[in-house]
Structure formats: structure tokens, C-alpha cells
Design a binder for this molecule. Structure first.
Ligand code: 6GU
Length: 273
């Protein structure tokens, strides 16, 4: 997969040399190109922004540097045999970045990221490139960052770990909390490793029992416990058919019960977690 990033802070993307993404690059699974937007400015001050039409606070990133930067890197990519680019535009106004979208992006051969600073990029840039390629405007959550670079790191890591041959073990993301179909989209419960006792704290007995059925049940119950506590919206969204009899018992213990139509669960009483 080829990745291009155009930014006024190329050094912000240094973490792409580290850890999983860095290894994917070293192994040739990822071909990363970081470009300094200011290379496509032609005035003394390397201006990339200007005041917004219609007034208002802040500055807007100018069309010309983005257009020239994108034209250049697209030409380079096509010349070196790449095809089918998609533009990924990080913005708090984008669609939520989810595991499902990470899977979709991981199936594309070439992603071009345009992290912006200030109030964003003149709309005509997205409109122009949208006539030539798919555009994904993505937000990584309901908060405001000073710029899109951190979002590029987030999206890149989520996508890179899905590429074949990046996570040593192809099974390792099968039960990711948000993998399609994983545990009916429950959060994963706690995990433990050696030593068996630490500062007077023991491992839950069931994990030492060697009883695979009971261990699986315990993990499922812990997933239900954590999901009801931290992400009740995920429980409410669940198809009730995703819950077996034991799940329903656990949900009841946690203070949840079916709606009269059987479709949703709701908290009926606060339960200490
Ligand atoms: Cl992608 N960019 C910015 N600036 N803020 C955000 C975001 C992106 N996602 C959430 N907040």
C-alpha cells in the first residue's frame, strides 16, 4: 500500500517510522511519502492560509498549494505504477472513523492524506479531487484537535495493522473489540499474565482452571460487564439474537432487561461494577 501525507508539519509524522507502522515500511508492506505543503508555495513567506470569505474567525488553507502538491504526488504515484488513489481528509466534520472504515481503507492500494491546520482547507480542493477519486472525510472522535496530523497517525495505525503480513498472526485481529462480528461488538474484558500473584493480587481462579468452556464464559461475562459500564450504546444497538441465555442472565445481573419489543436492553437499576 502507498501512503502520501501532505502537511505543514512533516516532523509530526515521524512516528510513522516507529513500531508496527515502521516495521510494515521496513518490510515493504507500506510505501510512505510525507510531503511539506510549503514546497508548493511561491511567495517569500511561504503562505498557505488566508482570511475566510464571508468573514469570521481564523484562517482557511489556500487552494493553490494543495492543488499543486496533490497534482505532483499523484503524477509521481501514477508514473511509478500506482493506481486507484483515495483521498482521506481528516476533519472534525467528517464521518466517524470506525473499524469498518479501517477495513475498507486497508483494501485500497493507495491513500493520500490531507491533514489541515487552521479552520480547514478551501472547499474547492475536495470538490476538485472528488471528481477523480473517492474522498473519505473522517473524524476520529467528538473533540477538536489543532490539526489533522494526529488523526493521520491514528488512521494509519488502524489500517496498517490490518494489512496482510503486518501483524505476525492473521488471527490476531479476528476478535478485536470492533471487528465485524466480534463478540457481537462487545468491548474486550481484562487480561492477565504471570506472575500469578502480584502485590497480594491473584489471577481470577477460572483462568487457571484449564476449563476452556468456563474460561470462555467468564470472558464473555467480563466483556458484558465492561461494555454495559463504558459503552451502553453498544448494548442498545445489539441484535438481541446476539445474546444467548447466559448473556441474558449476566445482563440481568448487571441491571439490564429487554424492552417490551425485545429489541433493546436498558439499564433498570444502577449496579456496582
Ligand atoms: Cl480528523 N481533525 C481535527 N482537527 N479535529 C478532530 C478530528 C480531525 N477528529 C476529531 N477531532
Amino acid at each position: 500500500m502507498r501512503l502520501d501525507v501532505v502537511t505543514i508539519f512533516p516532523e509530526y509524522l515521524e512516528p510513522l517510522n516507529v513500531s508496527l507502522v515502521g516495521k510494515a515500511r521496513a518490510r515493504g508492506r507500506l510505501d510512505v511519502h510525507v510531503h511539506d505543503l510549503r514546497e508548493w508555495t511561491y511567495d517569500r513567506h511561504n503562505t498557505v492560509d488566508d482570511t475566510p470569505y464571508g468573514g469570521g474567525p481564523g484562517m482557511v488553507m489556500k487552494t493553490e498549494p494543495w492543488g499543486d502538491a496533490l497534482d505532483t504526488l499523484l503524477a509521481d504515484g501514477y508514473e511509478t505504477g500506482h493506481t486507484s488513489p483515495a483521498l482521506v481528509v481528516p476533519t472534525p466534520s467528517g464521518r466517524p472513523f470506525t473499524q469498518e472504515l479501517a477495513v475498507e481503507l486497508s483494501e485500497r492500494p493507495w491513500l493520500v492524506f490531507t491533514p489541515a491546520r487552521y479552520e480547514g482547507i478551501d472547499r474547492r480542493v475536495v470538490d476538485e479531487y472528488a471528481t477523480r477519486m473517492p474522498v473519505y472525510e473522517v473524524s476520529i472522535g467528538d473533540y477538536v484537535l489543532a490539526g489533522g496530523e494526529a488523526a493521520v497517525l491514528v488512521v494509519t495505525e488502524a489500517v496498517a495493522r490490518l494489512l496482510p503480513g503486518v501483524l505476525g498472526n492473521a488471527e490476531s485481529h479476528r476478535d478485536d473489540s470492533f471487528a465485524p462480528g466480534a463478540m457481537a461488538n462487545l468491548l474486550e474484558g481484562p487480561v492477565y499474565t504471570k506472575p500469578p500473584e502480584w502485590r497480594g493480587r491473584d489471577i481470577p481462579d477460572v483462568l487457571l482452571s484449564g476449563h476452556h468452556g468456563r474460561i470462555a464464559r467468564w470472558r464473555r461475562d467480563e466483556a458484558l460487564r465492561r461494555t454495559t459500564a463504558n459503552r451502553p450504546d453498544l448494548i442498545e444497538r445489539c441484535d438481541p439474537a446476539a445474546f444467548d441465555k447466559k448473556d441474558r442472565e449476566m445482563l440481568s445481573i448487571l441491571g439490564w432487561e429487554p424492552e417490551p419489543d425485545g429489541r433493546f436492553w436498558r439499564r433498570v437499576k444502577a449496579v456496582e461494577e
